[in-house]
Design a protein around this ligand. Sequence first.
Ligand code: FES
Length: 333
Amino acid sequence: MARKMLVIDDDPTVLSSCQRIFEEENFYVATTTSPEEGLSLVLDTYFDVVLCDWMMPGLDGMDVITRLEETSPGSAVVMISGYPSIERATEAMKRGAMDYVAKPFTPDEIIKTVNEAIQRKQVEESKIIERFGVLTKTGQISLPSIDERILQALSAAIDERRRMEAMPSLEALSEPERLREMTYAVIDKYNRDANNLIGMLQAVHSYAGYLSYEAIGLIARELNISEHEIFGTASFYAQFKFEKPGKHLMRCCTGTACFVGGGGVILEAAKSKLGIIPGQTTKDGMFSLERVACLGCCALAPVVTIDDEVYGQMSPAKLSRIIDKTYRTESKE
Ligand code: FES
C-alpha cells in the first residue's frame, strides 16, 4: 500500500522535487505552500509523514509541529530548512519532529531521512501503546480521545461525496448505515493500515460511543485481520465499550466518602430498580450504569450523577423517584 506524504513549503521548487522523488518511491504525495491548508489537510487524511519547512510566511514551522502533534499524532514529522541551527533542531525534536534535513538535499539523503523517521515513529508509537496498555490496565490513564474536528471533517467529506453522487446526506441515513459510512471513512483516513488500528478504533468509538460488532467485522475485513485480534486489542483498554450506551448514563459513586454515607446501598438500589449491573445497559436502551470511585463532590455524599446532573445526599427512595421521572419525561417527548 502506498504510504502518504504531505509536504508543506513556501518554495514551489522544493514541493515539485519532493513530489518527483517520493512518487518514484511509491508514496502518494500531497503538497501545499500554505501551513494553514496543510493543517486542514491532516484533518481529512492520515499522512504517514509530513515534511515541513522551518520558516514560512504566516505560521512558523515550529507552530505547525505543535499543531500536528494534536491533530495527527501518528504522522512522522521531518523538518526541512535552508538555515538549520542546533537550537532550532533541538526545539523541533522537543516539539515532536522525528528528524530534519538541510536544503539543498540529494534524493538519497531525503529518502533515507524520511524512511528512518517513519520507522522511528512506528517504534515510538508501539512503545507508547504498550505503555498506555500497562497504565490503562492498572486504571491509571486513559487513551487520549480523538479530536472532534477529525470526525467533523470526515462527516463533511462523506456529505460532500454523497452530494456529488446525488445521495442523501449522512444525517438522513439510518443509524447502522451512518456507522458503516463513517467506519469506511475512518479506515481510509488511516490508510487501511493495521498499524493504525488503535487510532481507527478510537475514531469509530468516539463517533458511535461504542464499538459495534458490525464495525469490528468491517474493520477486520478491510484490514484483512481477524475479528478476534481486534477484540483482543480493544478489550485491553478499559474505555472501549462494546455495547451501545444507554440514552442516559447513571454513575453511582462508591468512593470512600460515598461508601461511608451509604453509596453501596444506593448502588444496590440502582441495580435492582434498573435490572442491570454496572457496565450494562437496560434492555430499553434508556440507562447505562457505572460504578465510579469518586465524582469530586464528596461533601454531597452519597452522590449519583445522571448525564451531567449531580444528585447529592441520595437515598434509595430518591433514586427511584428520579428514575421514574426520567421515564415519564422521555415518554412525553
Ligand atoms: S467519594 Fe463519592 S464523590 Fe467523592
